[in-house]
Design a protein around this ligand. Structure first.
Ligand SMILES: [Zn+2]
Ligand SMILES: [Zn+2]
Length: 315
């Protein structure tokens, strides 16, 4: 069956590609044996297909880049794929090309090591590797919550701030899902559910559950929001997901704590507004689960700076 999908995908069959991507999310290793063929047939998108690439496949991609690709577009695809393999061999190659860029690198807007972020990891200033995502994931299920009268409001549109997350690392599943962030204690994140559609919003957070509008938020000139009540819903931790890749920004039931993001647009890991470093990814809350069907809120944290962030993408 996978063999048929691979053949169909190579002729540009979008449904087959979608089905392969679903398999790669549920269990990437099921595609491992088919990756050399996908590579040969030029099926490089989505790059998540290559999560379970073995040494041979990674070596083949690295060799292709070293031999000289045909265009900056092909180079871009191959670098994104390498980032998603997360392998040491891929990391070594990205580091090498950072110093000695391959052909067509000057046509790309991101440096070689900058591609690591596409796969959910990065390199610290001291050169060590840092994971931006957690290795485990849990469903986020919506719990109805009463309106809070006279609570804090958005300074831009006056809508009451929405609590998009309220967790505590005292719960083992939360501790596990947030281990990569270094956070300890209660984590409550408030945001403006309307203004986040215009720009990334930051919140100052403290381990006692404090969350407040950050003075670092920058109001875009084009922002036009009315005053509305936020959804009377709080995403709470549900059952574990069978893989860290099963978040869905599209489908009902896709909201997820931990694991890796399902981007609607290009990967956009948020930078900390305080220190400029990449923030850790926490999870996503899909519009489908909030009753408006569109888009997704992506949640981030930089524990060292006590700053959380929410960004929004839609199709
Ligand atoms: Zn607002
Ligand atoms: Zn920071």
């Amino acid at each position: 069956m996978i063999q048929d999908l691979v053949a169909a995908a190579s002729t540009g069959d979008d449904d087959a590609v979608y089905e392969l991507a679903r398999i790669a999310a549920a269990d990437p290793t099921r595609l491992a044996a088919h990756l050399p063929e996908l590579l040969d047939r030029g099926v490089l998108w989505p790059p998540t297909l290559f999560r379970a690439a073995d040494r041979e496949v990674v070596e083949s991609i690295v060799g292709r880049v070293d031999a000289g690709v045909a265009s900056s577009l092909e180079l871009n695809h191959l670098l994104v794929v390498l980032a998603h393999t997360r392998s040491e061999l891929a990391e070594a190659a990205l580091r090498r090309w950072q110093e000695t860029p391959p052909t067509f690198m000057d046509g790309l807007s991101v440096s070689s090591l900058g591609y690591a972020r596409q796969g959910g990891w990065t390199v610290r200033p001291d050169g060590s590797r840092r994971e931006l995502c957690g290795p485990v994931a849990y469903e986020l299920v919506m719990r109805e919550v009463p309106e809070v009268p006279d609570g804090p409001v958005c300074p831009w549109c006056a809508s009451p701030l929405w609590t998009v997350l309220d967790l505590d690392t005292g719960a083992p599943e939360v501790r596990q899902a947030l281990a990569h962030t270094g956070w300890s204690g209660r984590l409550r994140i408030t945001t403006c559910f309307l203004c986040v559609n215009y720009t990334t919003l930051y919140a100052d957070v403290t381990p006692d559950g404090g969350s407040s509008w950050s003075s670092r938020n920058q109001r875009p000139d084009y922002l036009r929001c009315s005053t509305e009540e936020p959804p009377p819903l709080l995403p709470v931790v549900g059952p574990p997901r069978s893989s860290p890749y099963l978040a869905s920004a599209w489908d009902e039931g896709g909201s997820t704590l931990g694991g890796t993001p399902d981007w609607i647009q290009d990967a956009e890991y948020v930078d900390c507004a305080a220190c400029g470093r990449p923030m850790d990814y926490l999870g996503l809350v899909g519009g489908a689960d909030l009753g408006w069907g569109e888009g997704a809120d992506y949640l981030f944290l930089h524990a060292a700076c006590g700053l959380a962030a929410v960004s929004y993408q839609q199709s």
